[in-house]
Design a protein around this ligand. Structure first.
Ligand code: AMP
Length: 110
């Protein structure tokens, strides 16, 4: 199986703006931001989408939410934020390596 775009970013084969990183998660700036702050919270394990999560993968969900909380507490202007996960092409997923969009920096309604 060929590497996903995000695995190539994790392995530094493709450059991106890295916001935060730990053993399990990398956070990068979205290349096409929808809000003034638009990050992608990505598990380092290449899991295609939420439907593909196996039992042992669910701890990544906790780590992704913990990272969202950390970003909201440390990034200026990001205390109020929205997270979104697109799972499956029909839901708008374009990169098939699960990731959480972290959106902030503007007033959002529905
Ligand atoms: P999704 O549609 O949920 O799969 O989201 C994929 C996101 O990846 C989109 O918001 C893209 O703008 C973003 N994206 C695509 N290529 C890159 C890249 N090289 N660096 C950072 N973000 C990217």
């Amino acid at each position: 199986m060929s590497k996903s775009l995000f695995s190539k970013i994790i392995d530094r084969e493709i450059s991106s703006t890295i916001i935060a990183e730990n053993d399990d998660i990398i956070v990068i700036e979205d290349i096409n931001p929808k809000t003034p702050i638009h990050y992608l919270i990505i598990p380092k394990k290449e899991i295609k989408d939420i439907q593909s999560f196996e039992h042992d993968d669910f701890h990544y969900a906790e780590k992704m939410f913990k990272m969202a909380q950390y970003l909201s507490k440390t990034v200026p202007g990001a205390s109020d934020f929205r997270v979104q996960i697109n799972s499956g092409a029909g839901a708008g997923q374009q990169v098939f390596h699960v990731h959480m969009h972290f959106l902030a920096g503007t007033k959002m309604s529905d």
